[in-house]
Design a protein around this ligand. Sequence first.
Ligand code: ATP
Length: 604
Amino acid sequence: MAFSTPTLHPLRRLWRYARGYRGDVVLAVLFSILNKIFDLAPPVLIGMAVDVVVNREDSFLAGLGVVDVDAQLLALGVLTLVLWALESVFEYLYQVKWRNLAQNIQHELRIDAYDHVQHLELSYFEDRSIGDLIAVLNDDVNQLERFLDVGANDIIQIGTTVLVVGSMFVIMIPEAAWLALLPIPFIIFGSITFQKKLTQRYARVREEVGLIGAMLSNNLSGIAVIKSYTAEKIERNRLAAASDRYRQRNRDAITFSSAFIPLIRMIIVVGFITILVYGGKMALNGELAVGAYSVLVFMTQRLLWPLTRLGATLDLYQRAMASTRRIFDLLDTQPKIRDGHFPLPLEQVRGEIVFDHVHFEYPLKASSDRPVPPTIEDLSLHIPAGHTVALVGPTGAGKSTVVKLLLRFYDVQRGRILLDGIDIRALRVRDLRQAIGLVSQEVYLFHGTVRENIAFGRPGAGMDEIIQAARIAEAHDFIMALPQGYETVVGERGQKLSGGQRQRISLARAVLKDPPILVLDEATSSVDNETEAAIQRSLDVIARNRTTIIIAHRLSTVRNAHRIFVMDRGRIVEQGTHDELLVADGLYAALWQVQTGSRTPIQV
Ligand code: ATP
C-alpha cells in the first residue's frame, strides 16, 4: 500500500492506514476516558462520606432525598461498588481494545512493509544496509506497537484528568483554582526538559548496546576463526571493555533519572500546600463545605501526579511518530522496475532470447564523482529457443550482469532484451522470472529440511517429483546418506552441508522448477571435480529441450555448447563453437590454452 502524501503528519497517515480499525480506535478512546472518569470518583466518595458524617441530615445526599444517615452510608457503599465496578470494566475494555489494536496494526504494517520491500529492485538493497531495513521492519514497527499499547491511553487519560479535575477546581473554588493549577506548567515544562536530557543519555546507552550486539554476533559467527587463532582472551577483553562502557553510560542515566521524582515531588507539594492551607481557611470561614474541602485535597494529588509521566509519554509518542514516518517512507518508495502488462504463461514460453544493442551502467553511487565506464556496451546476442549457450570471459567482463538484466533485476538504459520476440519490459515481471531457473554461485538455502529447500523451486510438488529432481541433479545418493535423508535440517544458510552438496540441492531446485530457460551462473566454480562432473552429467539431461545459458570460468564445462559468447569489458568480442573459437585464435583460444596448460598465462 503506498501513499502519495508524504508531507502528512505521521499520525494522520496512520489514521488513513488504519481505516479498517477506526471503529476500534474510537471505542478505545471512549473506554480510556470513561475508565479515567470512574477512576477519579474515590476522592469524591470520600468527600461525600465526610459530608454525611459531619452534616448528617443536612448532607448533600440528604438533599437528594436520602435523609436517614444509615441509609446515606448504605447508598454511599452501593455507589462506591457501582463506580468501582464500572472503573474495572472499562479498565478491562480499554486494555483489550488498545492492546489488540497495537497487535493488529503492527502485524499489518510489518507484513505490508516487508512485502513492499520484497518488490523493490535489487539496487535499492545495494544502496542500503540490511541492518537499517531490519531496524525499520522490526524496531520501528515495535516502537509503534509500544505506543499504541500504553502511550496512547496515557495521553488520553492525562488529558481527561486535567480537564475533569481542573473543571472541578474552577467550579468549587473559583478564587483559589489558579493556585492549585499553578504547578502544572512547571511540572510539564520540567518533565519534558528532563525527558529530553534523559533521552540523550539513553541514546548513548543504546549506542553501546548496538556495539555490543554487533560484536557478539560477529564473534559468534566467526567463532571458528577466533578459536583457530586462540584469540579468546583478546576477544573477551574487547567485549569486557564494551560492556564496561555500557555500564558507565547506564550509571550516568541512572543518577540523572533517579533525581526526577524527588524534584517533581517538591513542585507538587506547592500545589498541595496551597489547597491544604487556602482551602482549609475557606472551610473554617464556612465558605467551603468540609466534604468539598477533602475532595479538593485528594484531588490535587490525583491531578498533579499523572503529569509527571507526561515527559516519558511524550517521548514515547515522538519516537513512535519518527518510527511511523520511517515505515511510511519505506512504503512510499516506488519500485523502479515497473511491471509490464503483457501476460506470457509458462506453457507458452519457447525460450528464444535476443539482446539488441544493450547498454547498461550500474547506478552511480551518490558519493562517486568519477565517470564509470559502462558495464555492458552495445551488446547484441541471439539465443535460439532450446539452445545451450555459454558466456565466458575474464572476471568483471559483465557476464553475471547479462543474467541480471535478463531477469530484470535492473533495466537496460539503451537497447532492449526480447523473450520470444517480446520486450521483457512489456512482460509481467512474475511471468518473466517464472520462465527462468537460476542456479547461481551463491546458493541460498534456508533453515529447513532438504525436502523443503528443493520444494522451494515449486511449492506443492510431490515427494516423488522432489526425489526425481534430486536424482537428475545427482543429489539423491548423498541426501539418502544424511542422518534423516530428505528430512535432514540443513541449518542456517545450509551450513551443515558441504559447498558441493549445497550446489547440487540448488540444481535440484531448478530442475524441479522445470523452467523453459535455465541459467547456471558459475554453478561449478567452487565445487570439487566430482560435483562438477555430476553437474555436467545432469546438465546433459536438463539442457535438453530448454534454453540453457551457462556462465563458466572453467571452459571445459562449456565446450559442448551450441554457441559460446566471449565477453570482455562489457562487449561480446568473439562468438562461435568451441572448435571455431580455437581456430580463430583469439581471447577464447588464449584462455583455453592457459587452462589446459599449453601456454603460459596471459594478462586478461
Ligand atoms: P566474474 O566472472 O568475476 O563473476 P562477471 O563477468 O560476471 O565477473 P559482473 O559481475 O557482471 O562480471 O560485473 C561486471 C562489472 O560490474 C564489474 O566491474 C563489477 O565491479 C561491476 N558490478 C557488478 N555488480 C555491481 C553492482 N551491483 N553495482 C555496481 N557495480 C557492479
